[in-house]
Ligand binder design. Structure first.
Ligand SMILES: Cc1cc2nc3c(=O)[nH]c(=O)nc-3n(C[C@H](O)[C@H](O)[C@H](O)COP(=O)(O)O)c2cc1C
Length: 461
């Protein structure tokens, strides 16, 4: 086992991360605050308060007065996740910085085993001029400033390695780096456990990081990070160049009086994958379906963005989802790709590549109509920081349920399709997938009069 005091014989500086504030309550209790986090440090001595003030900028641990109270305070700050630590090389160049993300967990307090490997959940990427190591399983990020540290992390630690083999780093720095990585949760002494136990094996690296990043509350959400830097996207999608097809509208007053009850629709809803090929969908039905599911009922402005009101809810009223009907068989409508202009309740024909369009329909089981649901990511991501993609996926589910219920009320054949086919859609439309990409699909057909097949009752995915 190797381990050592937190403060080994390497040169290090510590500081409170920018954005952390110190507040003193009426009774003299001292709090650290970095919204939405706050923690009480209890009552501090005058010396400890002075230390806290000095930690607003980087200082070496040796510079801080060791009066018997300062080191316990530093320990408290470290384990609470309030202290960034930079380790320096002999040449006075910074090697790496440990940047806390949350409170340390108890596992990181165990001594470092003799042999360790980098966790498969660790991700290495460029961030500015540094390389950043992050992991959903870790309590800190590690910002690498020096290529020797990078070589050690990316080379020596990818398989079980002895923790005293630091490569180009000095033995002391290597040992300190291993301790820091172990305490933060980047290392494992049982790499097989990461693939042998379901609770870990079930997570792909990117899904775990995405789940972790999009479900935390600090520094994320509707921050309007792009305001003043980029223009917001307009609420209405730029139309295709092709001819427009006005869509029929249903009589809402009649539907309010005569439609199936909510309970009937919810209880009768199921996925139906086969349509009535002898009596395909009509343009009236397509118009009613889209009108009831997704038309724009009103527009407005909020926070510098155009918003809209539609039959299904959407975070911030931003409605980033677009619907592209790929028509194979609808009475009164040419086959092909259309965009649903929800503002004007009309279809606009697009000039799509035929081969990927055919591939899309085939992939979806040749429905009468395939609705490709795309997202204009910038609508959401201009406002939401770190959570926009997760929010968009929730919206796809909300829209799917609306489509299921309206189709059931109209006695049609609806089925959601798991995400896929995005490459066919990009190829067919030529849209830049970084800007707008398919994020879901839904099939619709006319309903056969007879009972459904076994395949429909069993479901496919
Ligand atoms: C998000 C989502 C994705 C789905 N993906 C598919 C799919 O790719 N192919 C398919 O045949 N059914 C798909 N379905 C339909 C499910 O298989 C179906 O809902 C399930 O079998 C239960 O049957 P029910 O809808 O009749 O209650 C999906 C459903 C949802 C909600």
């Amino acid at each position: 086992m190797i381990d050592g005091p937190t403060h080994m014989a390497v040169s290090e500086t510590v500081r409170l991360p920018p954005g952390v504030h110190c507040a003193v309550g009426d009774g003299g209790e001292v709090f650290l605050v970095a919204r939405p986090r706050s923690e009480s440090l209890g009552r501090l001595t005058a010396e400890q308060l002075a230390t806290l003030r000095r930690l607003a900028t980087a200082c070496t641990v040796d510079d801080l007065l060791d009066d018997g109270f300062t080191m316990p305070l530093l320990q408290q700050l470290r384990s609470g996740g309030w202290l960034t630590t930079t380790v320096w090389g002999n040449d006075n160049q910074p090697l790496y910085t440990v940047w806390p993300r949350r409170r340390r967990n108890s596992a990181g307090q165990d001594p470092v085993p003799d042999r360790v490997a980098l966790s498969r959940f660790a991700v290495l990427r460029r961030d500015g001029a540094d390389m950043l190591v992050e992991s959903a399983a870790a309590t800190c990020d590690v910002r690498i400033h020096d290529s020797r540290v990078l070589a050690f992390v990316g080379g020596s630690l990818t398989s079980m390695s002895r923790t005293d083999a630091p490569g180009q780093l000095s033995a002391e720095v290597g040992r300190r780096l291993v301790v820091d990585l172990w305490r933060a949760g980047f290392l494992t002494h049982q790499p097989d456990a990461e693939t042998d136990e379901l609770r870990l094996a079930q997570w792909s690296t990117h899904e775990l990081l995405f789940h972790h990043q999009s479900s935390k509350i600090d520094g994320t959400g509707g921050t309007y990070w792009a305001k003043g830097r980029f223009a917001p996207l307009p609420g209405r999608h730029r139309p295709f160049d092709g001819p427009a097809v006005p869509l029929p509208k249903p009589d809402l007053a009649r539907l309010r009086a005569d439609d199936s009850t909510l309970t009937t629709v919810i209880e009768d809803r199921r996925s139906v994958r086969e349509g009535d090929e002898d009596n395909p969908l009509t343009l009236d039905q397509l118009g009613e379906f889209l009108f009831r599911c997704a038309r724009v009922r009103g527009v407005g402005e909020y926070g510098g963005q155009e918003i809209s009101d539609r039959p299904y809810p959407a975070g911030g009223g931003l409605h980033e989802l677009e619907i592209y009907p790929v028509v194979r068989s609808v009475a009164g409508l040419h086959a092909g790709l259309y965009h649903y202009d929800a503002h004007a309740h009309r279809l606009v024909r697009g000039s799509a590549q035929p081969a990927p369009l055919r591939a899309l329909l085939k992939w979806a089981g040749l429905p009468q109509v395939l609705f490709v649901v795309s997202a204009r990511f910038g609508r959401l991501m201009w406002k939401y920081e770190g959570t926009g993609y997760a929010l968009m996926l929730k919206h796809v589910g909300v829209l799917y349920q609306n489509m299921y219920l309206v189709a059931t009320a109209m006695a049609l054949a609806p089925c959601a399709i798991a995400v896929g086919g995005a490459e066919f859609f990009a190829e067919a439309t030529g849209l830049d997938p970084m800007t707008e990409s398919s994020v879901g699909a839904f099939t619709l057909g006319s309903r056969r009069p007879q009972r459904s097949t076994g395949a429909d009752r069993e479901g496919k995915s």
